[in-house]
Design a binder for this molecule. Structure first.
Ligand code: FES
Length: 590
């Protein structure tokens, strides 16, 4: 039997017993203390630092020691993901190592639409059956509602009791105008809620919505808990099909995370979770497959197709989500390949199918997705931008939490503004773009991406610097999007100057400096009035699809018509990519 040891977590005064050899981050997580694992526990991000106060540990390997020293940590600090428990330990966890609440920067933009939710509540007093009018309870219900109903044995079984408790009055919750989801006693029409979820590869945002009024009752965001299996879609897909339990692990993690976030929101809003009747999610193809527990093997090999495009019919109870057990879980349809429901939801939100002119829609997330609508045809592609824009693969990067540099300019040195005006802790996406643009303009950085300072890094504020490796990561992310946009424009026979509108979506937040984004080459150079920042359209789209049942049909039909362009198979892509590695505005008018 392997010996077991005590791990004392001084920060929260908790003692955990664990078998010898356990990885410290996993030991902590099993005791309800999750750490930031932005790089998925691969020893690269340096976000899972713990301080060893007492106990013997093996010395850090070279890369770990260098990473920790580079970040100014003392030799007592270690990366939890690189440490095996070999004896009793006492540890302290720095604040920066535990996931914080992410400030939800924006709710996303959505065109105006007519609300028409799939779920509606009716209060009725069915006629008591009599000898003259021998209608059954269910028939009398149908008569009152004026429609045929699909009656489940559970719903019918709840009717008599609810009627008695409600003094002859019941509230029935009807889905799609025919299925009874719930029967409650008395008048409960006020309690009709739904949930919209944006399942991003890096961030999950959940919104609680009153289906009667369309109003948002609460919104919360956190880092996608699946990051511990890998920071990007590709590593998570490999985890799902290479490990026997991989898929069920990924499913369980995202389901329980969404469940917890819903519980938190409902608790704060004083909403009974049993009155949540529908959940609409928007996520990329892999995220949606994980949610429903559907194998992703086909996403791992060309032509990278998912098993389904249109959402399977699923109920909350079967997915372990603790809302009303018969609540429906609907996912925005996947478009093609990796272009998933998050983009479909985004296109629904901005009303892409109804927009006239030549419109470029760019979603700057972990996968940079590009959609081009011109001459009545729509095409799309996805680029592997990686999580750099979300600050996750950058040494001082962080999500838009308090203390993250969100804006930067130059005035004899970097002048920064942080989220919440707190002390600088790191840099989020908008800050990274500003810093790149300023560093290029001031000659701290060459357009080839070489840092030109004496120290070899770009000092931003205090300890916060951008290293040469960070710049390389950003260079790849910008180049992925830039070459993708150029290919799409070229293939459609257009020029940049032909574009009437560029819609920029993504979790960047409204403070993305468009001029700086153009200066580094992230966005094509067009007159600024043509660029519209639409924010988190994946969330806005999930909200719209929750509130408008007809919008689901519309986006499912539109998504089927979108042509998918595979960049990897394009002969010119490599050339475009290599030339896009040069920082700077788009050259020419291709
Ligand atoms: S270094 Fe440990 S999770 Fe990234």
């Amino acid at each position: 039997v392997a010996p077991s040891y005590a791990v004392d977590v001084l920060t929260v005064r908790k003692r955990i017993r664990t078998a010898e050899g356990g990885r410290l981050d996993e030991v902590l997580r099993s005791a309800g203390i999750p750490l930031n694992l932005y790089c998925g526990g691969r020893g690269l991000c340096g976000k899972c630092v713990v301080e060893i106060v007492r106990g013997k540990v093996s010395p850090p390997g070279g890369p770990e020691a260098a990473l920790l020293a580079g970040k100014g940590f003392s030799p007592r600090h270690r990366l939890a993901c690189m440490l095996r428990v070999r004896g009793p330990l006492s540890v302290r966890i720095p604040r920066g190592s535990v996931p914080g609440k992410i400030r939800v920067l924006d709710a996303g933009f959505a065109e105006k639409f007519e609300p028409a939710p799939a779920v509606k509540k009716y209060v009725i007093a069915p006629e008591a059956p009599s000898l003259d009018a021998p209608l059954s309870l269910a028939e009398s219900l149908e008569k009152k509602l004026g429609r045929r109903l699909a009656l489940s044995p559970e719903a019918v079984g709840e009717l008599p009791g609810a009627l008695v408790r409600g003094g002859g009055k019941v509230t029935v919750t009807v889905l799609d105008g025919r299925e009874i989801l719930d029967v409650e006693s008395g008048d409960e029409t006020d309690g009709c809620f739904g949930v919209a979820v944006d399942i991003g590869t890096s961030t999950v945002v959940v919104e609680l919505i009153d289906l009667n009024t369309g109003r948002t009752r609460g919104r919360t965001a956190s880092i996608n808990a699946q990051v511990r299996f890998g920071p990007d879609v590709v590593t998570r897909i490999s985890h799902a099909y290479e490990k026997p339990e991989g898929l069920s692990e990924l499913s369980a993690v995202i389901r329980s995370q969404i469940d917890e976030m819903i519980r938190e929101l409902a608790g704060k809003a004083g909403v009974p979770t049993g009155q949540i009747y529908e959940i609409v999610t928007a996520g990329n193809t892999a995220m949606t497959h994980f949610l429903f527990g559907v194998p992703v093997n086909t996403l791992a090999v060309a032509p990278f197709h998912g098993v389904f495009a249109v959402s399977p019919e699923a109920r909350a109870g079967s997915l372990g989500l603790n809302v009303h057990p018969r609540a429906r879980v609907y996912a925005a349809p996947n478009v093609r390949g990796f272009v998933g429901g998050d983009i479909a939801a985004g296109l629904s939100a901005v009303g892409m199918s109804g927009r006239t002119g030549r419109v470029l829609f760019v979603d700057l997330g972990t996968n940079g997705e590009i959609v081009l609508k011109a001459g009545g045809a729509t095409s799309t592609t996805s680029t592997a931008a990686g999580p750099a824009f979300e600050g996750l693969s950058i040494s001082c990067g962080m999500p838009a939490l308090p203390g993250a540099v969100a804006e930067a300019r130059w005035s004899g040195g970097f002048k920064v503004r942080t989220v919440g005006n707190k002390d600088v802790r790191g840099i989020c996406g908008t800050g990274l773009i500003d810093i790149l643009a300023v560093a290029l303009a001031k000659g701290l950085l060459s357009s080839s991406g070489r840092i030109r300072t004496e120290t070899g890094d770009i000092p931003v504020a205090g300890e916060v610097v951008l290293t040469q490796a960070d710049i390389r990561g950003l260079q790849l992310a910008v180049a992925a999007v830039k070459s993708g946009v150029r290919m799409m424009i070229e293939q459609s026979g257009l020029r940049i100057s032909d574009l009437d509108e560029i819609l920029v979506a993504g979790g960047f937040g409204a403070s993305l400096n468009i001029r700086n984004a153009m200066a580094v080459g992230l966005l094509p150079g067009v007159p600024e009035r043509k660029v519209v920042f639409v924010g988190n359209t994946s969330l806005a789209g999930a909200r719209k699809l929750l509130l408008s049942f007809p919008a689901r049909d519309a986006i499912e039909t539109y998504a089927k018509k979108i042509r998918h362009v595979s960049l990897a198979s394009g002969r010119d892509f490599q050339d475009h990519f290599v030339s896009a590695l040069e920082f700077g505005p788009y050259s020419g008018d291709v």
